[in-house]
Write a protein that binds this ligand. Structure first.
Ligand code: CA
Length: 428
């Protein structure tokens, strides 16, 4: 898994971009995540790499002969590591290429950050076993997990058209809801609007239909990870989800953070993956030595809630939950790719997987309000004196993620931010 090109994680590396050396920066030279930016509305998106508080236009820096993210996503892991090496060389303190790179830098505060790429197909998994157990308990107290959960990485096909860039707001969805004591459903704005704390997994290299990706090759098809909020309307979901699963309760909006953090940057934060005593071993196509040795990622996650009242007062919001990808997930990224393609399904560059809600093992580590409020029964107290069970109009949810380990530079994911607007006023 390591060769001479995968370094760049050495904490001693420093950049001539001064802000990248600030220990608080999410984007030190060891990170170098990819995204898209533009200087103004109407300009085409350009490929950028975050470094400190700047974005490096890698086409302008002479590192790519094109500005086409689709083409970049398709490159081999080897080619991507060569590009990483070129960026490391150019951005490193004392680099002779500084004169070439410096004019290609722009302050992040002066550009618009978009979706990291044009998203093709979107699949949402359900790897958060603590989430699946907690939600299952609300419906089936005696057997919260369905019998397939520990064998099949559960997922459904979602919709890419309504995935928003971070910062975008969206209208509260309307849909059919039915109160348990009502004779029939009605069309209403959702009264139980929720967030879901997830990671997004961006597919880089495609596979040919009919040719499954083995678990050994799976990570070669992953370009990077980002933060992902799968906004959910729980009241719509409860009425519509049987027998085919979520539909309009999920596809009105999702939000993804601007930067794809590469597996090269995440290398120091790998963890062994194992099954606890008494848990079934995965079927062989979901098992490999490398996956057991380091298939999991130690990524710390946070959910922040800023109400409209807090925003007016200049208050950044409250951190209402903290969890960790490695503690929350029953399956690894490699297992998801291997499972998704085992039937011959082809993945395309720019496809996005949602991990599923990444709740930690303890109740206060839940990645949704459905869990934090125990299905709406328990009010959450905020520092502003306000309370919440589900989201209200004007609420902003901010997801954050970062990796920390002694002896390594901290790397961050940036933020995934979205605001709830009132429902559209329409007929009906
Ligand atoms: Ca989800």
């Amino acid at each position: 898994m390591t060769d001479s090109l995968t370094d760049g994680n050495d904490p001693a590396l420093r950049s001539w971009v001064a802000s990248a050396n600030d220990p608080a920066s999410e984007f030190p030279i060891q990170n170098l995540p990819f995204g898209r930016f533009r200087r103004s509305e109407g300009e085409p998106w350009r490929i950028g790499v975050a470094i400190g508080d700047q974005v490096l236009d890698i086409e302008a820096a002479g590192l790519l002969p094109h500005g086409d993210m689709k083409r970049l996503l398709r490159v081999s892991p080897y080619e991507r590591r060569v590009l990483r090496r070129q960026m490391l060389d150019g951005l490193q303190e004392g680099s002779t290429e500084r004169g070439k790179f410096e004019p290609a830098l722009l302050p992040q505060s002066q550009v618009q950050l978009g979706l990291p790429c044009d998203i093709g197909d979107y699949t949402d998994f359900y790897v958060g076993i603590h989430h699946a157990t907690a939600v299952g308990k609300q419906f089936r107290p005696d057997s919260p997990l369905l019998p397939n959960y520990k064998w099949v990485p559960i997922g459904y096909h979602g919709r890419a058209s309504t995935i928003n860039a971070s910062g975008a707001s969206f209208h509260r969805p309307k849909g059919q809801t039915k109160a348990p004591d009502a004779a029939q459903p009605a069309l209403n704005p959702s009264a139980r609007l929720d967030f879901e704390l997830e990671l997004g997994i961006f597919i880089g290299r495609p596979n040919v239909q009919g040719q499954p990706v083995t678990i050994e090759e799976a990570e070669d098809h992953v370009f990077g990870l980002a933060l992902f909020n799968d906004w959910s309307a729980r009241d719509l979901q409860a009425w519509e989800y049987q027998p085919l699963g979520p539909f309009l309760s999920k596809n009105f909006a999702s939000t993804v953070s601007p930067w794809m953090v590469t597996l090269e940057a995440l290398a120091p934060f790998r963890k062994p993956w194992s099954r606890a005593e008494g848990e079934p071993d995965p079927l062989p196509y979901l098992d490999s030595e490398a996956n057991r040795a380091g298939g999991a990622f130690d990524i710390q996650l946070e959910v922040w809630l800023q109400t409209a009242q807090m925003a007016r007062a200049g208050h950044a919001g409250d951190c209402i939950s903290r969890s960790n990808f490695a503690d929350a997930a029953y399956w690894t990224v490699a297992q998801l790719v291997a499972h998704h393609t085992v039937n011959g399904c082809s993945l395309q560059s720019g496809d996005l997987f949602g991990s599923g809600t990444l709740s930690g093992p303890r109740p206060e580590q839940a990645g949704s309000l459905l869990e934090l409020s125990q299905g709406g029964k328990q009010r959450i107290e905020l520092s502003s004196g306000e309370q919440r069970t589900f989201l209200q109009d004007g609420d902003t949810v901010i997801l954050r993620g970062f990796c920390e380990r002694p002896g390594y530079r901290r790397i961050g994911f940036g933020e995934c931010r979205g605001t709830v607007l009132p429902a559209y006023i329409t007929h009906g």
